[in-house]
Design a protein around this ligand. Structure first.
Ligand code: SF4
Length: 334
Protein backbone atom coordinates (compact mmCIF):
# COMPACT_ATOMS: atom_id res chain seq x y z
CA UNK A 1 0.00 0.00 0.00
CA UNK A 2 1.28 3.45 -0.92
CA UNK A 3 1.87 6.02 1.80
CA UNK A 4 0.74 8.92 -0.43
CA UNK A 5 -1.59 8.97 -3.47
CA UNK A 6 0.36 7.99 -6.58
CA UNK A 7 -0.51 11.15 -8.54
CA UNK A 8 0.80 13.28 -5.69
CA UNK A 9 4.09 11.36 -5.45
CA UNK A 10 4.70 11.41 -9.20
CA UNK A 11 3.96 15.14 -9.51
CA UNK A 12 6.38 16.04 -6.72
CA UNK A 13 9.05 13.62 -7.97
CA UNK A 14 8.71 15.01 -11.52
CA UNK A 15 9.09 18.57 -10.25
CA UNK A 16 12.22 17.73 -8.24
CA UNK A 17 13.74 15.81 -11.18
CA UNK A 18 13.19 18.82 -13.49
CA UNK A 19 14.80 21.19 -10.99
CA UNK A 20 17.77 18.88 -10.55
CA UNK A 21 18.17 18.52 -14.32
CA UNK A 22 18.37 22.30 -14.65
CA UNK A 23 20.84 22.30 -11.73
CA UNK A 24 18.68 24.75 -9.74
CA UNK A 25 20.54 25.47 -6.51
CA UNK A 26 17.51 26.43 -4.43
CA UNK A 27 13.86 25.89 -5.23
CA UNK A 28 10.57 25.86 -3.32
CA UNK A 29 8.87 22.62 -2.33
CA UNK A 30 5.98 23.81 -0.12
CA UNK A 31 4.39 27.24 -0.27
CA UNK A 32 3.08 28.24 3.14
CA UNK A 33 0.16 30.44 2.10
CA UNK A 34 -1.41 32.52 4.86
CA UNK A 35 -4.47 34.25 3.37
CA UNK A 36 -5.29 35.71 6.80
CA UNK A 37 -3.99 35.63 10.36
CA UNK A 38 -7.34 35.90 12.14
CA UNK A 39 -8.30 32.85 14.16
CA UNK A 40 -11.16 31.82 16.45
CA UNK A 41 -8.61 30.36 18.91
CA UNK A 42 -5.60 31.67 20.84
CA UNK A 43 -3.37 28.58 21.05
CA UNK A 44 -0.51 28.83 23.55
CA UNK A 45 2.20 27.83 21.04
CA UNK A 46 1.04 30.04 18.15
CA UNK A 47 3.14 33.07 17.20
CA UNK A 48 0.99 34.34 14.34
CA UNK A 49 -1.88 35.98 16.21
CA UNK A 50 0.74 37.83 18.30
CA UNK A 51 3.29 38.78 15.63
CA UNK A 52 0.63 39.96 13.19
CA UNK A 53 -1.69 41.64 15.70
CA UNK A 54 -1.65 44.94 13.78
CA UNK A 55 -2.82 43.32 10.53
CA UNK A 56 -5.02 40.63 12.06
CA UNK A 57 -8.16 41.91 10.30
CA UNK A 58 -6.56 42.03 6.85
CA UNK A 59 -6.76 39.32 4.20
CA UNK A 60 -5.09 38.51 0.91
CA UNK A 61 -7.60 38.45 -1.96
CA UNK A 62 -8.14 35.17 -3.80
CA UNK A 63 -6.29 36.66 -6.77
CA UNK A 64 -3.32 37.66 -4.56
CA UNK A 65 -3.20 34.09 -3.23
CA UNK A 66 -3.25 32.63 -6.73
CA UNK A 67 -0.58 35.07 -7.90
CA UNK A 68 1.60 33.87 -5.02
CA UNK A 69 1.01 30.22 -6.03
CA UNK A 70 2.00 31.00 -9.63
CA UNK A 71 4.92 33.23 -8.70
CA UNK A 72 6.45 30.66 -6.40
CA UNK A 73 5.74 27.50 -8.44
CA UNK A 74 6.08 25.07 -5.50
CA UNK A 75 4.30 21.73 -6.19
CA UNK A 76 2.69 21.71 -2.72
CA UNK A 77 0.63 24.51 -1.18
CA UNK A 78 -0.11 24.50 2.51
CA UNK A 79 -2.98 26.91 3.20
CA UNK A 80 -2.52 28.02 6.78
CA UNK A 81 -2.96 31.18 8.86
CA UNK A 82 -4.69 32.06 11.19
CA UNK A 83 -7.64 29.73 10.63
CA UNK A 84 -8.09 29.44 6.85
CA UNK A 85 -11.55 27.89 7.17
CA UNK A 86 -12.89 31.32 8.23
CA UNK A 87 -11.45 32.89 5.06
CA UNK A 88 -14.40 33.88 2.81
CA UNK A 89 -14.11 31.86 -0.39
CA UNK A 90 -11.84 29.18 1.06
CA UNK A 91 -13.56 26.53 -1.10
CA UNK A 92 -13.05 28.60 -4.26
CA UNK A 93 -9.42 29.31 -3.39
CA UNK A 94 -8.71 25.62 -2.75
CA UNK A 95 -10.40 24.57 -6.02
CA UNK A 96 -8.43 27.13 -8.03
CA UNK A 97 -5.12 25.98 -6.55
CA UNK A 98 -6.05 22.36 -7.31
CA UNK A 99 -6.86 23.40 -10.91
CA UNK A 100 -3.20 24.39 -11.11
CA UNK A 101 -2.33 20.73 -10.42
CA UNK A 102 -0.87 21.45 -7.00
CA UNK A 103 -1.05 19.26 -3.92
CA UNK A 104 -3.02 21.19 -1.29
CA UNK A 105 -2.95 20.82 2.49
CA UNK A 106 -5.62 22.89 4.23
CA UNK A 107 -4.36 23.38 7.78
CA UNK A 108 -7.24 23.84 10.16
CA UNK A 109 -8.30 23.44 13.76
CA UNK A 110 -11.16 21.38 12.32
CA UNK A 111 -13.97 23.33 13.98
CA UNK A 112 -15.57 24.60 10.76
CA UNK A 113 -15.28 21.48 8.61
CA UNK A 114 -18.88 20.42 9.28
CA UNK A 115 -20.21 23.89 8.38
CA UNK A 116 -18.14 24.32 5.22
CA UNK A 117 -17.74 20.79 3.87
CA UNK A 118 -20.06 21.55 0.95
CA UNK A 119 -17.48 24.02 -0.45
CA UNK A 120 -14.94 21.25 -1.13
CA UNK A 121 -14.69 18.43 -3.65
CA UNK A 122 -12.54 15.38 -2.81
CA UNK A 123 -9.30 15.03 -4.75
CA UNK A 124 -6.29 12.74 -4.44
CA UNK A 125 -4.20 15.92 -4.20
CA UNK A 126 -6.21 17.55 -1.40
CA UNK A 127 -5.95 16.95 2.36
CA UNK A 128 -7.72 18.51 5.30
CA UNK A 129 -4.81 18.83 7.72
CA UNK A 130 -6.29 18.98 11.22
CA UNK A 131 -4.28 20.30 14.16
CA UNK A 132 -4.29 17.94 17.17
CA UNK A 133 -1.71 18.15 19.95
CA UNK A 134 -3.06 15.37 22.15
CA UNK A 135 -6.21 13.70 23.40
CA UNK A 136 -9.18 15.74 24.64
CA UNK A 137 -7.81 17.18 27.89
CA UNK A 138 -4.31 18.02 26.60
CA UNK A 139 -5.46 19.39 23.25
CA UNK A 140 -8.14 21.62 24.77
CA UNK A 141 -5.54 22.92 27.22
CA UNK A 142 -3.07 23.68 24.38
CA UNK A 143 -5.68 25.56 22.37
CA UNK A 144 -7.04 27.23 25.51
CA UNK A 145 -10.68 26.24 24.97
CA UNK A 146 -12.84 23.31 26.03
CA UNK A 147 -14.64 21.36 23.33
CA UNK A 148 -12.14 21.97 20.51
CA UNK A 149 -10.90 18.35 20.44
CA UNK A 150 -14.44 17.01 20.08
CA UNK A 151 -15.22 19.45 17.27
CA UNK A 152 -11.96 18.58 15.48
CA UNK A 153 -12.80 14.86 15.69
CA UNK A 154 -16.30 15.61 14.42
CA UNK A 155 -14.71 17.53 11.52
CA UNK A 156 -12.44 14.58 10.71
CA UNK A 157 -15.42 12.19 10.66
CA UNK A 158 -17.44 14.56 8.44
CA UNK A 159 -14.52 14.97 6.00
CA UNK A 160 -13.87 11.22 5.82
CA UNK A 161 -17.58 10.50 5.30
CA UNK A 162 -17.57 12.98 2.39
CA UNK A 163 -14.69 11.08 0.77
CA UNK A 164 -11.83 13.46 1.58
CA UNK A 165 -8.25 12.68 2.45
CA UNK A 166 -7.48 13.78 6.00
CA UNK A 167 -4.19 14.07 7.84
CA UNK A 168 -3.34 15.59 11.19
CA UNK A 169 -0.45 17.71 12.40
CA UNK A 170 0.84 17.64 15.96
CA UNK A 171 3.39 19.82 17.67
CA UNK A 172 5.52 18.30 20.40
CA UNK A 173 6.23 20.51 23.43
CA UNK A 174 8.06 19.94 26.72
CA UNK A 175 4.87 18.71 28.36
CA UNK A 176 3.88 16.36 25.53
CA UNK A 177 3.36 12.78 26.66
CA UNK A 178 4.54 10.61 23.74
CA UNK A 179 2.51 7.68 25.12
CA UNK A 180 -0.61 9.81 24.85
CA UNK A 181 0.29 10.71 21.26
CA UNK A 182 0.72 7.01 20.52
CA UNK A 183 -2.83 6.39 21.78
CA UNK A 184 -4.12 9.36 19.80
CA UNK A 185 -2.57 8.12 16.53
CA UNK A 186 -4.11 4.70 17.20
CA UNK A 187 -7.54 6.31 17.65
CA UNK A 188 -7.12 8.46 14.52
CA UNK A 189 -6.05 5.40 12.52
CA UNK A 190 -9.34 3.76 13.53
CA UNK A 191 -11.15 6.84 12.20
CA UNK A 192 -9.45 6.34 8.83
CA UNK A 193 -7.04 9.30 9.00
CA UNK A 194 -4.67 9.03 6.05
CA UNK A 195 -1.43 10.36 7.53
CA UNK A 196 0.23 12.06 10.47
CA UNK A 197 2.63 15.01 10.59
CA UNK A 198 4.62 15.65 13.73
CA UNK A 199 7.12 18.37 14.50
CA UNK A 200 8.82 19.81 17.59
CA UNK A 201 7.58 23.24 18.67
CA UNK A 202 9.67 26.30 17.99
CA UNK A 203 10.14 29.15 20.47
CA UNK A 204 8.79 32.09 18.48
CA UNK A 205 9.92 35.41 19.93
CA UNK A 206 6.23 36.38 19.71
CA UNK A 207 5.20 33.57 22.08
CA UNK A 208 5.41 34.44 25.75
CA UNK A 209 5.32 30.91 27.23
CA UNK A 210 8.98 30.05 26.50
CA UNK A 211 9.03 27.14 28.94
CA UNK A 212 6.83 25.03 26.64
CA UNK A 213 9.58 24.79 24.02
CA UNK A 214 12.41 22.24 24.05
CA UNK A 215 16.14 22.43 23.43
CA UNK A 216 17.70 20.27 20.70
CA UNK A 217 18.73 17.67 23.30
CA UNK A 218 15.20 17.56 24.72
CA UNK A 219 13.75 17.11 21.24
CA UNK A 220 16.15 14.27 20.41
CA UNK A 221 15.38 12.45 23.66
CA UNK A 222 11.63 12.84 23.17
CA UNK A 223 11.66 11.56 19.59
CA UNK A 224 14.04 8.69 20.44
CA UNK A 225 11.72 7.58 23.23
CA UNK A 226 8.92 7.12 20.66
CA UNK A 227 10.85 4.88 18.25
CA UNK A 228 8.14 2.16 18.29
CA UNK A 229 5.34 4.66 17.67
CA UNK A 230 6.98 5.85 14.46
CA UNK A 231 6.99 2.30 13.12
CA UNK A 232 3.36 1.71 14.02
CA UNK A 233 1.44 4.45 12.19
CA UNK A 234 1.31 6.16 8.81
CA UNK A 235 3.57 9.15 9.43
CA UNK A 236 4.36 11.72 6.73
CA UNK A 237 7.66 12.35 8.51
CA UNK A 238 10.38 10.86 6.28
CA UNK A 239 12.84 8.36 7.82
CA UNK A 240 15.73 10.74 7.11
CA UNK A 241 14.04 13.67 8.87
CA UNK A 242 13.14 11.35 11.74
CA UNK A 243 16.81 10.35 12.13
CA UNK A 244 17.58 14.06 12.41
CA UNK A 245 14.90 14.54 15.06
CA UNK A 246 16.29 11.56 16.98
CA UNK A 247 19.84 12.94 16.90
CA UNK A 248 21.17 10.23 14.58
CA UNK A 249 22.35 12.70 11.92
CA UNK A 250 22.92 16.40 11.39
CA UNK A 251 21.08 18.41 8.75
CA UNK A 252 21.39 21.77 7.08
CA UNK A 253 18.47 24.19 7.21
CA UNK A 254 16.77 24.55 3.82
CA UNK A 255 14.15 27.11 4.77
CA UNK A 256 14.14 28.30 1.13
CA UNK A 257 12.20 25.08 0.44
CA UNK A 258 9.20 26.35 2.45
CA UNK A 259 8.58 30.01 1.56
CA UNK A 260 5.79 31.87 3.40
CA UNK A 261 3.48 34.43 1.76
CA UNK A 262 1.16 36.51 3.90
CA UNK A 263 -0.51 39.92 4.04
CA UNK A 264 2.84 41.69 4.51
CA UNK A 265 4.62 39.94 1.64
CA UNK A 266 7.16 37.10 1.41
CA UNK A 267 8.35 36.45 4.93
CA UNK A 268 12.13 36.30 5.24
CA UNK A 269 14.03 34.24 6.03
CA UNK A 270 11.52 31.56 7.07
CA UNK A 271 8.16 30.49 8.40
CA UNK A 272 9.41 31.08 11.94
CA UNK A 273 11.64 34.12 12.16
CA UNK A 274 10.97 37.45 10.50
CA UNK A 275 13.70 39.87 9.50
CA UNK A 276 11.91 41.34 6.51
CA UNK A 277 8.88 40.92 4.25
CA UNK A 278 9.96 40.90 0.61
CA UNK A 279 7.85 42.25 -2.23
CA UNK A 280 8.50 39.22 -4.46
CA UNK A 281 9.34 35.55 -4.15
CA UNK A 282 12.37 36.17 -6.31
CA UNK A 283 13.67 38.71 -3.79
CA UNK A 284 13.15 36.25 -0.94
CA UNK A 285 15.01 33.52 -2.76
CA UNK A 286 17.84 35.62 -4.15
CA UNK A 287 18.33 38.43 -1.65
CA UNK A 288 18.31 36.33 1.52
CA UNK A 289 21.79 35.50 2.79
CA UNK A 290 20.85 31.87 3.45
CA UNK A 291 24.35 30.99 4.64
CA UNK A 292 23.76 33.23 7.68
CA UNK A 293 20.86 31.14 8.97
CA UNK A 294 20.68 27.77 10.70
CA UNK A 295 21.97 26.30 13.97
CA UNK A 296 25.41 27.65 14.86
CA UNK A 297 24.94 30.66 12.59
CA UNK A 298 22.06 32.62 14.09
CA UNK A 299 21.21 32.32 17.80
CA UNK A 300 17.49 32.31 16.96
CA UNK A 301 18.00 29.06 15.02
CA UNK A 302 19.76 27.28 17.88
CA UNK A 303 16.96 24.94 18.94
CA UNK A 304 15.08 24.83 15.69
CA UNK A 305 14.38 21.36 14.23
CA UNK A 306 11.02 22.06 12.59
CA UNK A 307 9.91 20.43 9.36
CA UNK A 308 9.61 23.76 7.51
CA UNK A 309 13.35 24.17 8.02
CA UNK A 310 14.66 20.66 7.58
CA UNK A 311 12.13 18.33 5.91
CA UNK A 312 13.10 19.63 2.44
CA UNK A 313 16.75 18.86 3.29
CA UNK A 314 15.71 15.24 3.81
CA UNK A 315 13.53 15.06 0.69
CA UNK A 316 16.17 16.64 -1.54
CA UNK A 317 19.11 14.67 -0.16
CA UNK A 318 20.97 17.83 0.91
CA UNK A 319 22.78 15.89 3.64
CA UNK A 320 22.54 12.61 1.78
CA UNK A 321 24.18 9.39 2.98
CA UNK A 322 24.65 6.06 1.27
CA UNK A 323 21.41 4.09 1.51
CA UNK A 324 19.13 7.12 1.88
CA UNK A 325 17.54 6.73 -1.55
CA UNK A 326 16.56 3.14 -0.82
CA UNK A 327 15.23 4.17 2.59
CA UNK A 328 13.12 6.91 1.01
CA UNK A 329 11.77 4.56 -1.68
CA UNK A 330 10.88 1.87 0.88
CA UNK A 331 9.14 4.52 2.99
CA UNK A 332 6.71 5.26 0.12
CA UNK A 333 5.08 1.93 0.97
CA UNK A 334 3.22 1.38 4.22
S1 SF4 B 1 16.96 26.94 11.44
FE1 SF4 B 1 14.75 27.22 11.76
S2 SF4 B 1 14.52 29.33 12.51
FE2 SF4 B 1 16.54 29.16 11.54
S3 SF4 B 1 16.26 29.82 9.38
FE3 SF4 B 1 16.05 27.57 9.48
S4 SF4 B 1 13.84 27.23 9.71
FE4 SF4 B 1 14.22 29.37 10.26
Amino acid sequence: MLRFPLEMTTRIAGYVAKKKLTKAERFPMVLMLEPLHACNLTCTGCGRIREYESTIKQKLTIQECLDAVDECGAPVVSICGGEPMIYPGIGELTAKILERKKVVYLCTNGMFIRKKIGEFKPSNRFFFNVHLDGMRKSHDLAVERDGVFDQAIDGIKVAKAAGHLVCTNSTVFTETDMGELDAMFGYLTELGVDGFMISPGYGYSAVQSKEIFMTRDDIRAKFRSAEAMFRKYRFSTSPVFLEFLQGKREMTCTAWGNPTRNIKGWKGPCYLITDIHHKSFDDLLNKTEWENYGPGKDPRCENCMVHSGFEASAALGVNGKLGDTLKMIKWQFV
